[in-house]
Design a protein around this ligand. Structure first.
Ligand code: PEP
Length: 258
């Protein structure tokens, strides 16, 4: 079995003030004791807080943007380019989050091109995808995920810099998480897809993380699934529950790879 370092991302979305970010970092994140060789931790504040969060966080915790532009620097009001994220000394961005896809019209093609551009400029990418409720109920989840993966593959030039985040849209921010079995089914399919369509090595080494209403109550069961390599956490990453999620992830890695 490949020994994959687990990965936990905190997506803070468009939440927080400088005061609440400071409190979260000083009271929840920095005091959390985990083995960072086992669990990579990356938090994504709103872009205007990126540098502030970086200045407060302990160095083992990385900071990620939540999005980056399809374009370079220039006359693109409101956009943040990969070059500017790199210039802050940061090395991660989330791309393709369902809120970007549904609220801001980002298509598979746009997400793939953004991934390509981010990688070309040296960023690592948390690439998000997943089916909506209608698609799950129509039993086309695996087809939808395969389509999204195929589009992502077009943009990916270095798989070692990509974490795949399976986030069923119906589970995001709804309090209704995928069951461990539902998550495992799709994660196993993703790993098979990588083996068939990319390479056995990429299938063995790529972290596939789950997102969608992960909490301190369900993290331990979800991380126990063999193809779940961590989480992308929204709401609970803004609370003390995040510490429990990080510790549960660390504990499972330790149990799996003593
Ligand atoms: C997310 O925004 O990526 C997410 C998974 O949110 P939540 O944990 O709140 O469902």
């Amino acid at each position: 079995m490949a020994h994959r370092q687990f990965f936990v991302g905190g997506n803070w979305k468009s939440n927080g003030t400088q005061a609440s970010v400071r409190e979260l970092i000083e009271q929840v994140l920095n005091p959390t004791q985990i083995d960072f060789a086992r669990v990579q931790v990356v938090v994504a504040p709103v872009s205007i807080h990126l540098q502030f969060a970086r200045s407060l966080l302990k160095p083992e915790i990385s900071v990620s943007a939540q999005n980056c532009s399809l374009t370079g620097p220039g006359a693109f009001t409101g956009e943040v380019a990969a070059e500017q994220i790199i210039d802050l000394g940061l090395s991660w961005t989330i791309l393709g989050h369902s809120e970007r896809r549904t609220l801001y019209g980002e298509t598979d093609d746009v997400v793939s091109k953004k991934v390509n551009r981010a990688l070309a400029h040296g960023l690592s990418v948390i690439a998000c995808f997943g089916e909506n409720l209608q698609e799950r109920e129509a039993n086309v989840t695996l087809d939808v995920v395969a389509r999204q993966l195929a589009a992502l593959k077009e943009g990916i030039t270095d798989w070692s810099k990509v974490v795949l985040a399976y986030e069923p849209v119906w589970a995001i921010g709804t309090g209704r998480n995928a069951t461990p079995e539902q998550a495992q089914e799709v994660h196993a399919m993703i790993r098979n897809w990588l083996g068939t369509n990319v390479s056995a090595e990429v299938a063995a080494h790529t972290r596939v993380i789950y997102g969608g209403s992960v909490t301190d109550q369900n993290a331990a069961q979800l991380i126990a699934q063999p193809d779940v390599d961590g989480f992308l956490v929204g709401g609970a990453s803004l609370k003390p529950a995040f510490k429990v999620i990080l510790e549960a992830t660390n504990a499972h890695h330790l149990a799996q790879f003593p």
